[in-house]
Design a protein around this ligand. Sequence first.
Ligand SMILES: CCCCCCCCCCCCC[C@H](O)CC(=O)SCCNC(=O)CCNC(=O)[C@H](O)C(C)(C)COP(=O)(O)OP(=O)(O)OC[C@H]1O[C@@H](n2cnc3c(N)ncnc32)[C@H](O)[C@@H]1OP(=O)(O)O
Length: 695
Amino acid sequence: ALEDGLKKADADPSVKAVMICGENGKFSAGADIRGFSSPKTLGVALGPIVSLIESSEKPVVAAIEGVALGGGLEVALGCHYRVAHAKARMGLPEVTIGLLPGAEGTQRLPRLIGVPAALDMITTGKHIPATEALKLGLVDEIVEENTIEAAIRLANKVIGQPLGPRRLSLKPVPKLPNMEAFLQEAQVKVKRQARGFLAPELCFQAVQAATQRPFAEGVRRERELFQVLLSSGQAQALQYAFFAERAVHRWATPGGINLLFIIFDSILLLSLGLGTMGQGIVTSLVKANIPVVALEQNLEYLNKGRKAVMVLLEREAKKMEGGAQKLDFHNPARLQFTVDFNLLHDVDLVIEAVFENMALKKEIFHKLSNICKPGALLCTNTSALDIDEIASATSRPQQVIGTHFFSPAHVMRLLEIIYGRHTSPSAIATAMQLAKDMKKVGVVVGNCFGFVGNRMMFPYVEQAVFLLEEGSRPEAVDQVLEDFGFKIGPFRMSDLAGLDVGWRSRKGQGLTGPSLPAGSSARQRRGQRYSPLPDLLCERGRFGQKTGKGWYQYERAGGRTATPDPWIHGFLSQYRDTHRIETRYIDQEEILERCLFSLINEGFAILAEGIASGPEHLDVIYLNGYGWPKHRGGPMFYASTVGLPRVLAKLQKYSEAHPDVPKLRPSAFLKKLVAVGNAPLKEWMSYLSRQSPKL
Ligand SMILES: CCCCCCCCCCCCC[C@H](O)CC(=O)SCCNC(=O)CCNC(=O)[C@H](O)C(C)(C)COP(=O)(O)OP(=O)(O)OC[C@H]1O[C@@H](n2cnc3c(N)ncnc32)[C@H](O)[C@@H]1OP(=O)(O)O
């Protein structure tokens, strides 16, 4: 349509200028991402159309409203002038779906805004607001009112002016005094951050080509690099992740109810407990512009919590400086701190974020149930506790729901939303809307120990520790998983989170500590293999970073630089001698497979039990809450790329070698999917004959 329109305009002498805009207040979100997996649509090349726009003999003005992203912004870059609405956003987000701007954007953008700014936009894919675009010179004008009228005004004004200087392909890339050194440094940074993710590096190479070659040759290079990415599995994984994130917004209860109207504007929210999680939750709520009351049990905790929240909010306000939105946190109507439980009468929604202890939570929910107004929704922030048991302490279990935030709660995007046996659809809808307003990804899951994310994490961590017993070292296991793409491996993660957290939970479950029955075997619990290694470290005061020693040693208590610890190596070998464990060399493949396939196996069990409604839900949880490398699409997508028969065969092999480890025993659902001929991921759920009552 663009091509036809331009040709018509060129041929019609009564047309003096052209304005390009989008429909319904949006310029363009770029190419249809679904089209990248269908070879038919790839024949339509956008680059030549952008060139056609640029070569027009009549001035072409882009009127940018809403978004101009990817191919959409590339179209705008072909125009001779760009006018944007003040609320518009622009960006080249192709890198986030595993690609690079493939319609000459990598060659035009550096010519317009310079290499450093272009490189930043193209390698990160960030969206920038119109105000920033104006400062960078990406747009010529921003308007508060009618963008289209403003663009037409500008078009009329420039009729007859020379177009040569407005054609970006004819401009040289602005020089930097130290271009070579700048590029070298930028490449090192991109490589370091990418950890096996191809697109940022190829984006870099495309921009580098703009600095080294004439425009046409740069475009050729851009196309070559685009093709490399297009055929890489990484682009498919990221595009799957894009749609998976949107699919989790669609949820349904067992009765098929999936949406109720929630009016959320005037909600007053109460956050109960101002520990680390509470502080992050309050910060996120203020950022989402939701009026919030923060309640603590005594003044000492309240003042400590208030101080910490203020530090976080000041930091957030700094980050938002220059943007359209301001953080309003000094206004008591938006944020107040109190120890007065009477304020509970007025709130519409409570998020309880006290210590992870069932007795304490039940006591609090009993109190909430008595004080809060009838319609108020009661959310509990828990990472593993039974929602039904917490709800049983109230007279309104239909309004009790789990909201599992991830630490730090003002940074992490994931919010697991856990419904109990009695939770109503409107409670789920409200929690989902809250997630959206907080700019988080809400994923609705069923109620079981550890819910989805932590339940899948347990076998992964368990395998990592078993590997140490059998002969590996913390740094070897971490290295394999970090090479796979995780930001940090399981042992570095455990040191960061604190080994005492798991220790407390295992004591609570009677797996260690005083409640462990006398005469229990050191390495068996309830007939299954158990490793006491983490408990032994805790007994020696090695809690990780906070004590300066854990699976690694640190420069000091609270230090962050992990160094392999010879003490741990000696301790492990003594442990193996004591328990007569034969030490063997464990290769990288076994480390990777045992950790990942046991996690994936649990994922299949979760799907079969109806705890989550599809593999996309599990993948979105892992991508947004557990640092799973985005370019691998999430654990279940990864399993589909490895091939389910291979995953099954490996689990069978490891399970035979370790018959006392139930989490290595292949799930019946995985076996079924292999038996029906390695069903594609999209069809997995159709092979579950009977939906579990949990759905
Ligand atoms: C003028 C362009 C013509 C293109 C011709 C094709 C030629 C092909 C030649 C290749 C040359 C390369 C071209 C270019 O360099 C490559 C690209 O442009 S890749 C695409 C880049 N764009 C993006 O990555 C944008 C992705 N979208 C978003 O960031 C957000 O969706 C949004 C636009 C900011 C809107 O956010 P929200 O308001 O929160 O809404 P949703 O996210 O829920 O989206 C609503 C709905 O729309 C679907 N959707 C959004 N963008 C795309 C897209 N680009 N392709 C397909 N579908 C898209 C989204 O999935 C939602 O639908 P649902 O999944 O809920 O059904």
